[in-house]
Design a protein around this ligand. Structure first.
Ligand SMILES: [Zn+2]
Length: 402
């Protein structure tokens, strides 16, 4: 398994019909990332962790193991669970650092750059903007847990100004705002990248791509050349080396003469072709025409798109008015960006069952799955997808999901 996602809430706006609000966990390599954390997220995470433990599942999840929380926007069904989970992390002695990544209104970005951490937010910045929520979290967090007991948290924000991605790192304890010239890299060699979406407040989806795999190292050739351990190690790590080639000639006139020649050995000649990582994108809330999402068509291939699907065709007007998507909108986006698989989530409380959204989406994309709380998605290195559903407290593979 190269990448695994746990969908821990598929309802929109409020818990309904046995579904909880937004929040997912993605596992890539040794890293665990939460994408959104609505109301009650830590409870859902613990419940899923217990299911995995009981099932002797290959991977284990825990709030104390999270490396990043990436938020899609400031509406409470996507982030009300962050503060209590942060407090629990502190109480449960989390050790490894956590990065919190949040999209901010562009005027919040400008105010922070100009006036620093205490900047007054202009009226254009919505009350639910994540800068206001983070300030609320900081006040509670640093009041409740003493600094020496606190695990390291890095606070990153992203805003778009004239389409350009702008990153800040905020340090609430030192009161500093730093502009970043390159995006943060909170999950080691893997990438976690925002894609701006269209909603009533600043919003984005998050794409997680596992690191490329190096091609196979040609050990046979290095042995034939009689290279030292040190030389092999350099080549294996991508470093070109100078190789002293020696050869003894055997013709009668020159018997015993050894010719010496320096040769540059290129590390790239000792590796087979590398293979690309696999990729998942989780949207958060979005209207149907998010230009940044559509621009993905030009980016790397996407194995799995988890897209909001608040409405069905009958409620198209609501989707347009409230900047949400119908399941057909989600399928059209998946087709336009050539996503191999689509999972629907974020259903309106109107949908007790998902047949209608699923049927409508399948008219526009061949591989659509209607997500439910607890569903697990595993993407293998070759891009193939396995889907598991929790039934009777344990995960069972769905063998014909499409
Ligand atoms: Zn929502």
């Amino acid at each position: 398994m190269e990448l695994e996602a746990h969908l821990l809430g598929t309802s929109s706006a409020r818990p309904a019909n046995g579904r909880e609000v937004s929040g997912s966990i993605v596992i890539v390599g040794k890293y665990q990332i939460a994408i959104d954390a609505g109301e009650g997220f830590q409870t859902r995470l613990k419940k899923q962790a217990q299911v995995l433990k009981n099932a002797k599942w290959e991977t284990r999840i825990s709030h104390t193991r999270l490396d990043a929380i990436a938020l899609t926007h400031g509406h409470l069904d996507h982030c009300w669970g962050v503060l209590p989970m942060l407090l629990s992390m502190g109480l449960d002695c989390k050790k490894n650092p956590l990065s919190v990544l949040a999209p901010l209104h562009h005027d919040a970005y400008i105010a922070l750059v100009k006036d620093g951490m205490d900047a007054k937010m202009p009226d254009s910045v919505p009350t639910v903007d994540l800068i206001n929520q983070m300030r609320f979290w900081w006040a509670h967090l640093f009041n409740k847990i003493s600094p020496e007991d606190m695990f390291p948290i890095f606070w990153y924000t992203v805003s778009w100004i004239d389409g350009e991605e702008k990153w800040l790192q905020l340090d609430p304890q030192n009161g500093t705002v730093s502009q970043l010239s390159t995006p943060p890299k909170p999950i080691g060699p893997h990438s976690l990248t925002p894609h701006q979406t269209t909603h009533s407040v600043p919003s984005c989806g998050w794409r997680i791509t596992s690191a490329d795999h190096l091609g196979k190292f040609n050990a046979k050739r290095s042995a034939e050349l009689g290279l030292s351990h040190n030389q092999i190690s350099k080549l294996a790590n991508g470093e070109d080396i100078t190789y002293v080639a020696t050869s003894a000639t055997t013709s009668s006139a020159t018997t015993g003469v050894i010719s010496v020649a320096n040769e540059i050995l290129l590390a790239s000649d000792f590796r087979g072709p590398s293979t690309s990582g696999v990729s998942i994108l989780i949207t958060g809330d979005t209207g149907a025409d998010a230009p940044e999402l559509l621009a993905l068509a030009k980016a790397a291939p996407l194995n799995l798109l988890i897209h909001e699907s608040t409405y069905s065709d009958s409620y198209q007007t609501n989707a347009i008015n409230y900047l949400h998507s119908t399941s057909r909108d989600a399928a059209k986006v998946a087709t336009k960006i050539a996503a191999e698989n689509l999972v629907l989530t974020h259903y309106s409380s109107r949908f007790v069952k998902t047949e209608i959204p699923l049927t409508e989406a399948r008219e526009d994309h061949p591989r659509v799955h209607a997500g439910e709380d607890g569903d697990i998605f595993q993407i293998e290195r070759d891009g193939s997808l396995k889907i598991f559903r929790i039934s009777d407290g344990s995960p069972s593979q769905i063998f014909e999901p499409f």
